[in-house]
Design a protein around this ligand. Sequence first.
Ligand code: KG4
Ligand code: ZN
Length: 345
Amino acid sequence: MRVLGIETSCDETAVAIVEAPAGNAPIGRILANVIYSQLSEHRRFGGVVPEIAARAHLERIDGLLADALAEAGLGLEDLDAIAATGGPGLIGGVMVGVMTAKALAFAHDKPFLAVNHLEGHALSVRLTEDVGFPYLLLLASGGHCQLLTVRGPGDFTRLGTTIDDAAGECFDKTAKLLGFGFPGGPAIEQRAKEGDAQRFALPRPMWRKRGCDFSFSGLKTAVRQAVEKLPPGDPQAVADLCASFQRTVGDVLADRCANALVLAPSSTLVVAGGVAANAYLRGRLEATASEHGARLVAPPVKLCTDNGAMIAWAGLERFRLGMTDALDFRPRPRWPLDALSKVAT
Ligand code: KG4
Ligand code: ZN
């Protein structure tokens, strides 16, 4: 079974083709995975500009589609279904991906699948790792920070979410204050390697509170105040602040995951989304998981940040269960994962 996936919900234009046997087993094969990052087009604005993103997706999508088919050595007739991110995301970009997928599906008489971007992150681990349902998931990206029990495609129970900013957003805003540019996560991780993680005591919102919700806005404010007081021209102080900030985020994520492992015990904790690319945070979560008798599993780093393979894979998982979509599907700027299923009480 082969599914093509298109991702255009933010600033990466990505197309991939994945393959797996029929059934419900994890682990597939990536036949092609091409990506065009629009970073250079947005950098001078300090963030993603929706109109520029939509136009760049439109300019690139046909070429990337041809590249993906060439990389896989396949024609469109060799595919079983066409998937695209149907939301949530920047609506102009989502429309480009959805319309492209619908046109391909219609012209070649293939089933169409509208994939929730968050479900793409949530299931991506099963593309490369032998992880069975159910599992506990920390989804931490630029737009989201949630803990969920994942029972299968379209079957999620949300245990907690952020009441304000997302974890990745907090990394990005901290990086911007320090003049690192966008996206901030990788730059902070790099600088933190040379820093003293104990030098700055920053607030840990929600730490040791009941439940599994997150909050990052207080941390962001504290970082701004710390940056204002930094001695000028002192790279060590900057590295120390990066390390202290990263440690603080680690404390919060570990504490929230520990609560989740008690409230909804699971033998597997999965971390996904762009923030899961952070090796220090993975280490912290690994320790938390093992303290609770669980193992931590994370997708390979290049499948943590936005990519087409996760959309193709989630599409394939849905397709195997017969969960296809009609061609009148409307792209959704907002589409919470728990709208696919139930919210925990
Ligand atoms: O999943 P993703 O590519 O896009 C969204 O769906 O949001 O996540 C992007 C986010 C950005 O906020 C970026 O700063 C963060 O993931 N990120 C990281 C790292 N790499 C990317 N955060 C911390 N450490 C990293 N190494
Ligand atoms: Zn994402």
